[in-house]
Design a protein around this ligand. Structure first.
Ligand SMILES: O=P(O)(O)OC[C@H]1O[C@H](OP(=O)(O)OP(=O)(O)O)[C@H](O)[C@@H]1O
Length: 237
């Protein structure tokens, strides 16, 4: 490991510890990592960097299970079953850790474009695009001013309301490989629209990924449309 790789690993470990510290005391963080609370305090505050061996242990310990636990700790449901996931989608550092784990868990091929839906999918989309060194594109519920050509997809929802998403036509080229991501899949209506937009753009879908699936309906709907891998970090019943 050269010096730059060592520094990158050390900083990655600090990012992991800071993320885990968000929902824990130093004592709890010590229980999770097996490292002394005093050392953890110095790492999290940036006074000292963990040595290479400790750094790689910390980074390797953050697999799917640890991130899924973290996600569950950060998500809240109200009485009607609506999800508040602000503590997840507002935390770019957390999402940056999710991207490599999602890629490995579901064996997503590296895409040309990561496609998502505004608004709440954007930060996850940015993390995934950055990880894959891909372009990010997000469809919106309104037409962007000054864009002339759009791919649009519309459907009537179960509620009877019509939902339309618009993507600037230049965002996806024919033959691009596209990974569709979103923060949440519930009915799967949004994913269906995004998959339709990819299809209209003559793109090849390489996968569908969500942080949170609520029930199976949305995931099943996506699987009925594409043969590519479809996965969520966590499923809530
Ligand atoms: O599987 P579905 O039933 O389609 O639900 C999932 C969608 O719902 C939320 O977006 P919302 O429409 O609330 O828009 P927002 O991101 O702007 O809040 C969420 O960000 C997903 O895009």
């Amino acid at each position: 490991m050269n010096r730059a790789e060592k520094a990158a690993l050390q900083l990655q470990a600090v990012a992991v510890l800071r993320m885990l510290k968000e929902t824990r005391t130093y004592e709890e963080l010590s229980d999770v990592t097996g490292l002394p609370a005093g050392d953890l305090n110095r790492y999290v505050n940036g006074h000292v960097l963990p040595g290479t061996e400790r750094a790689s242990e910390v980074v390797e310990s953050v697999g799917r299970e640890a991130l899924a636990d973290e996600l569950v700790a950060r998500v809240e449901f109200d009485d009607e079953g609506y999800v508040d996931n602000s503590e997840v989608v507002f935390d770019q550092s957390f999402l940056d850790l999710v991207a490599p784990v999602a890629a490995e868990t579901f064996e997503f091929e590296s895409p040309d474009v990561v496609l998502t839906a505004a608004t709440d999918g954007i930060t996850l989309g940015a993390a995934m695009a950055s990880f894959f060194d891909a372009r990010l594109a997000y469809a919106k519920k309104s037409k962007e001013t000054a864009v002339e050509e759009f791919i649009e997809s519309r459907q009537r929802l179960a509620s009877g309301i019509e939902l339309t998403y618009y993507l600037p036509a230049s965002a996806v080229d024919a033959g691009d490989t596209v990974l569709v991501v979103d923060d949440l899949i519930r009915s799967g209506e949004t994913q269906e629209l995004l998959l339709d937009i990819a299809l209209q753009g003559d793109a090849d879908v390489t996968g569908v990924f969500a942080l949170i699936a609520v029930g199976d309906e949305g995931m099943d709907r996506a699987r009925a449309i594409t043969d590519a891998p479809v996965g969520a970090l966590t499923t809530f019943e």
